[in-house]
Design a protein around this ligand. Structure first.
Ligand code: SF4
Length: 552
């Protein structure tokens, strides 16, 4: 089989000198693997692990799994080993990752902005109930994430997913990760353009393709035609954001190089206009630049954001146009940045007169049983389906206006509130120490308790305050763009190291986009978190002027 991963195309118009010390850019001739991750990907295309899971590992059991697959290529199938119980946060730093391995897996199912009908939600619930000890989380990449998965059950789970039109393919790994699509695509009254068909096309052409199965690192995609920019486009590697060209009409601006974790950067706007039917080609071009010019030597510099930072927007656009698209893009003003909520919580009128209803589980935690109950309600009320959101929420689409209030009550009864408190609405949490091997602290349970306590202390808060709880510096729940961003780490208390958080204050996306200030002195123990947030909120409420948001 020919190696499709890199088709050398010498730069034809752009002078890009080979740096003295290479960073592993294939396009500049550094094709020899410069670290063990690159070596593993060269040894075998990670997509090939799917066949081994189906035909060998699932039949012979956990101990038969090649370690290079277990801790590397399994990710391309949306599978990570979960954290073995009994290791506290202090152990995380002292042990090798493999020493924390459990014999069970965390599995991510991508939804890619799709509408999930009753049968699909039922399939997701069934998997949680039957194969995952009734776990299921809605993640901030619009995935459903399970825990306690046994390797023996993976083929059966994949069969259920396939029959529901879903998959785990490239849900992790150095690959095109799950896409964020607008949860209200095609129905929102104020939508600029519905980009659903473009996401479908990108999936059909490129997911599972060996051409893009070996990026330098993860590659995150977002696309929205909603003026509320409801997919956190600032924090993705590539984002298509709805805009209107004065002559050509609705299309998408292209943003590149966003990403959080350490060295966080907001995506840069190219200021172009891309019509709906050319979005997939533009995606292919940017993905090609990342694959060919991305830095592969150091994992810590391998995200697209570092290349965008070094090149700048002008050069990035020039290379995209000349080497990858073979034509110039149409310039256009970038769309205005929005203010306010982007989560679609509550009841809203659709273009067709029906309603969409956004509901909030606490910090994204649901369960197989809850998803089955949700499927029953979708069916009973004749709802078109549900979409997942980048804020760990669920939006029901196509609700009959006559039945909406009754449905809201029924949803509340199963733990999905359409009228949640500020705290439940605006608190997110990553996986944390319960299952994540990189975690230093607990997040989901801590967030749940924090929400309950703040609901008691501030029941009538009249201004949104966002709290993002993260178990380590990796910022999976977007530490730096929350009003109160919490980064898990060990902190000192009474001469001992205990679970706690470094605090970042005043982060935001949209019109006020900026990263929260990391205040060195603001470290808080996990046990002291309720009081810490209470003090911050009390001080804000005492000092604010009329209409002032937390970020201001
Ligand atoms: Fe795991 Fe850290 Fe990501 Fe949380 S932020 S899910 S602890 S890697």
């Amino acid at each position: 089989m020919p190696d499709l991963r890199f088709k050398p195309q010498p730069p034809q118009h752009t002078e890009i000198p080979r740096p003295k010390k290479g960073e592993g850019q294939w396009a500049l001739g550094y094709t020899e693997p410069l670290n063990k991750n690159e070596q593993s990907k060269k040894d075998d295309d990670p997509l090939n692990v799917q066949a081994r899971i189906l035909h060998i590992y699932s039949k012979r059991g956990f101990d038969s799994i090649d370690p290079a697959d277990l801790r590397g290529r399994f990710r391309w199938m949306g599978l990570y080993t979960q954290r073995a119980p009994g290791f506290d946060g202090g152990k995380t730093a002292m042990l090798e990752e493999e020493e924390l391995d459990d014999r069970y897996f965390m599995m991510r199912v991508r939804s890619d902005g799709k509408l999930l009908d009753a049968a699909t939600v039922r399939a997701l619930g069934t998997i949680g109930r039957d194969y995952a000890r009734d776990t299921a989380d809605v993640t901030d990449r619009e995935n459903i994430q399970y825990h306690w998965i046994r390797i023996e059950d993976v083929p059966a789970i994949w069969e259920v997913l396939e029959s529901a039109g879903l998959s785990t393919l490239e849900a992790c790994g150095d690959s095109p990760r799950p896409f964020l699509g607008s949860p209200v695509a095609g129905v929102a009254k104020d939508e600029i353009i519905d980009g659903s068909s473009a996401l479908d096309e990108i999936y059909r052409r490129f997911i599972g393709s060996p051409e893009f199965s070996n990026f330098p690192r993860k590659f995150k995609t977002a696309l929205t035609g909603h003026p509320g920019h409801d997919v956190s486009p600032e924090t993705n590697d590539i984002s298509f954001v709805g805009t209107v060209h004065p002559e050509h009409g609705p299309g998408f601006d292209l943003w590149v190089g966003g990403g959080l974790s350490t060295n966080p950067m907001l995506a840069k706007k190219l200021g172009v206009w891309i019509p709906l039917d050319e979005v997939a080609d533009a995606w292919e071009g940017v993905a090609g630049i990342f694959r060919d010019y991305g830095y592969r030597r150091l994992r810590s510099r391998a995200r697209l954001k570092f290349l965008v930072q070094d090149w700048g927007v002008e050069k990035f656009r020039e290379v995209l146009e000349k080497e990858y698209l073979g034509r110039e893009l149409v310039s256009c003003e970038s769309p205005a940045s929005p203010v306010g909520h982007r989560d679609h919580i509550g009841v809203h009128e659709q273009q067709d007169g029906k309603r969409y209803v956004g509901v909030a589980p606490t910090a994204g935690r649901v369960s197989g049983t809850l998803l089955l109950q949700l499927a029953d309600l979708i069916e009973e009320y004749g709802v078109a389906g549900a979409r997942l959101t980048p804020y760990q929420k669920i939006v029901l689409i196509g609700v009959d206006p006559e039945k909406v209030e009754e449905l809201v009550v029924r949803l509340d009864e199963i733990g999905l509130s359409a009228r949640p408190s500020n705290w439940r609405r605006n608190t997110m949490a990553c996986t944390g120490i319960e299952f994540c091997k990189l975690a230093i602290v607990d997040t989901k349970n801590r967030a749940r308790d924090l929400v309950a306590e703040l609901e008691r202390r501030f029941p009538d808060l009249d201004v949104p305050i966002t709290v993002n709880v993260n178990g380590c510096p990796n910022a999976c729940a977007r530490t730096q763009v929350a009003d109160i961003g919490l980064k898990g780490q060990l902190v000192m208390a009474d001469g001992e190291q205990v679970e706690g958080f470094q605090v970042h204050l005043g982060g935001a996306t949209g019109l006020q986009a900026n990263f929260g200030r990391k205040l060195r002195a603001h470290k808080v123990t996990s046990a002291g978190l309720d009081d810490y947030v209470t003090n911050v909120v009390t001080a804000f409420l005492a000092d604010r002027t009329d209409g002032e948001s937390f970020t201001e």
